[in-house]
Ligand binder design. Structure first.
Ligand code: AMP
Ligand code: ZN
Length: 113
């Protein structure tokens, strides 16, 4: 499948991997928007949030749980952080394999920036 994140999962393309288990991979974003910017992806290819099915709910929970665990490991869980999932064109999605952005190490404003 011609999917960038599947290729990273399969080690066909290198990435700065920080966490892996049987269902999830996390690596540093190549274009970080914060001092720490990780992408947390399921090993299962799901193109967008719209394609999540009921059978995937535990997996999506794993993404969130992994984000919180990595935030703690990186040392910014208490200070705070932001997680983002973009969906489709207007949502700013550019890689069509669902992923959670985990950003920490600076203050975020809402709704912009
Ligand atoms: P999104 O725009 O929500 O689909 O997020 C895609 C993210 O993937 C962007 O933040 C990109 O900087 C990041 N990205 C693209 N290519 C790579 C890569 N080869 N390794 C790590 N991150 C990447
Ligand atoms: Zn994929």
């Amino acid at each position: 499948m011609d999917c960038l994140f599947c290729k990273i999962i399969d080690r066909e393309i290198p990435a700065d991997i920080v966490y892996e288990d049987d269902a999830v991979l996390a690596f540093n974003d190549i274009n970080p928007q914060a001092p720490s910017h990780l992408l947390i992806v399921p090993k299962l290819h799901i193109a967008t949030l719209n394609d999540i099915e009921e059978g995937d709910l535990a997996l999506v929970g794993r993404l969130q749980y992994t984000a919180a665990r990595l935030a703690a490991e990186k040392g910014f869980a208490e200070a705070g952080y932001r997680v983002v999932m973009n969906c489709n064109d207007q949502g700013g999605q550019t890689v069509y394999h669902i992923h959670m952005h985990l950003m920490g190490g600076r203050r975020f404003t809402w709704p912009a920036g």
